[in-house]
Design a binder for this molecule. Structure first.
Ligand SMILES: Cc1ncc(COP(=O)(O)O)c(C=O)c1O
Length: 403
């Protein structure tokens, strides 16, 4: 199968034909035609209840199973598929609340939880709230210069009682990839489980949950060119030790349904299977190869955007300033005299969608000494971003950012 050209890839995303420049991809990406068609087909042909013996219902049941199978592989490889389960939910925030609650229900009294302050609130708040249930929750503080939660700091915080370490793989403000292997090694030394928010990582590079050694890993499919849902991978052995919130007669045997009250979104599952088709089309060699191709396409775009922002003396990039394999194209910045509102309004006037604010990384903003209300301006690219779009961004923002 031939490698797809960038123009072929863009043609696959109908929304891009409008000419509008979507650069808030860390907020949510566009979807390829495969996702749109799969969802439409589902409504046309299979929009019935699951679990029946008639053909449409059999297909609807299979639809969920196949979406889950695809995601189990998306999280890693065949081994990840064999050792883990995927819980589907409406969002990462919902899944993290569900997980924190299920874990808290079986934690021994006196257990301790460590939470990275650099995280999106979805993987902070649900754990911090467990303080109300008597658990000791420690914030893993950021380094105020870089915004990173340093592994050495974690090593000084863990104790024999630490049960959970929750952290982001990539902050949705900083855009840099954290050393999850080291975090996991530190946590596992004291027997703690690691819960990783991979929402800002998953749209850019292949997932390798077993290689990283994590216990739980979550991402939102609507930021990975799919429908508005989220998926949580957990080791089957951990899942077996928990009780899910589904009805009492649903088997609590380590399978995902115990954690999916009401079941997953059916048409969303069809969209996820459309995403599988898109990745198969994108690159030969499976999901990992397709996501590696995404990373390859994005790397030069990241470099150009950083070079542009670094050339403006009054711009301060929040996060690493240099391109590297550990730097993703989610780039936040502030300007010495312009407000973020002025920057995003100028972009919008010229047909470019970017956003500003704290992006729910409220604690990180505060820790960096930024006002969360003002936050940052954030430009987040995707493998669908074109050279033309990037140059348009530079033409539009160049004059005001040079001020
Ligand atoms: C890093 C990160 N984590 C978690 C979330 C929350 O995801 P969801 O909207 O699926 O709850 C977001 C959303 O922007 C995010 O960027």
């Amino acid at each position: 199968m031939a490698t797809r050209s960038h123009s072929e890839i863009r043609e696959r995303f109908p929304a891009l034909a409008s000419g509008y420049v979507f650069m808030d991809n860390a907020g949510g990406s566009q979807v390829p035609i495969d996702v749109i068609e799969a969802t439409t087909r589902y409504f046309h042909e299979t929009y019935v209840q699951v679990g029946g013996a008639y053909p449409a219902s059999i297909a609807a049941t299979e639809n969920i199973q196949l979406a889950r199978e695809f995601l189990r592989q998306f999280f890693g490889d065949d081994v990840a598929q064999a050792q883990g389960e995927v819980i589907l939910g409406s969002s990462t925030t919902v899944l993290m609340n569900l997980l924190a609650d299920a874990i808290a229900n079986q934690l021994p009294a006196g257990a301790e939880i460590i939470v990275a302050e650099s995280g999106h609130e979805a993987n902070v708040g649900p754990w911090v709230r467990l303080e109300d249930r008597g658990f000791k929750v420690t914030l893993w503080p950021i380094d105020s210069e870089t915004g990173h939660c340093r592994p050495e700091t974690l090593a000084s915080l863990v104790t024999e009682k630490t049960a959970i370490v929750a952290c982001p793989h990539v902050s949705n403000l900083l855009g840099s990839v954290e050393d999850i292997r080291t975090v996991t090694a530190i946590a596992h030394k004291v027997g703690a489980q690691v819960v990783v928010d991979g929402v800002a990582f998953a749209p850019h590079l292949p997932l390798q949950v077993l290689d990283w050694g994590v216990d739980w890993y979550v991402f939102s499919t609507y930021k990975v060119f799919g429908p508005h849902m989220a998926a949580l991978w957990g080791r089957t052995s951990h899942l077996r030790a928990l009780k899910g919130p589904n009805h009492f007669f649903i088997p609590q045997d380590g399978t995902a349904y115990a954690f999916e009250p009401g079941g997953p979104n059916h048409e969303g599952c069809a969209g996820i299977r459309g995403l599988e088709r898109y990745l198969e089309w994108l690159a030969p060699g499976g999901k990992q190869a397709a996501m590696a191709r995404v990373g390859e396409i994005e790397a030069p775009l990241t470099e150009q955007l950083l070079t542009f922002l670094n050339s403006k003396p009054n711009v301060r990039i929040i996060g690493p300033k240099d391109a590297s394999s550990e730097r993703l194209p989610t780039i936040s910045f502030i300007h010495a005299s312009l407000s973020n509102a002025q920057i995003v309004a100028t972009a919008a006037e010229h047909g470019i969608g970017i956003k500003s604010g704290h992006f729910y990384s409220y604690r990180l903003c505060k820790g960096l000494g930024l006002s969360p209300e003002e936050g940052v301006s954030r430009i987040s690219l995707s493998h669908t971003t074109s050279q033309f779009e990037l140059e348009k961004l530079f033409d539009v923002l160049g004059p005001i950012l040079s001020a």
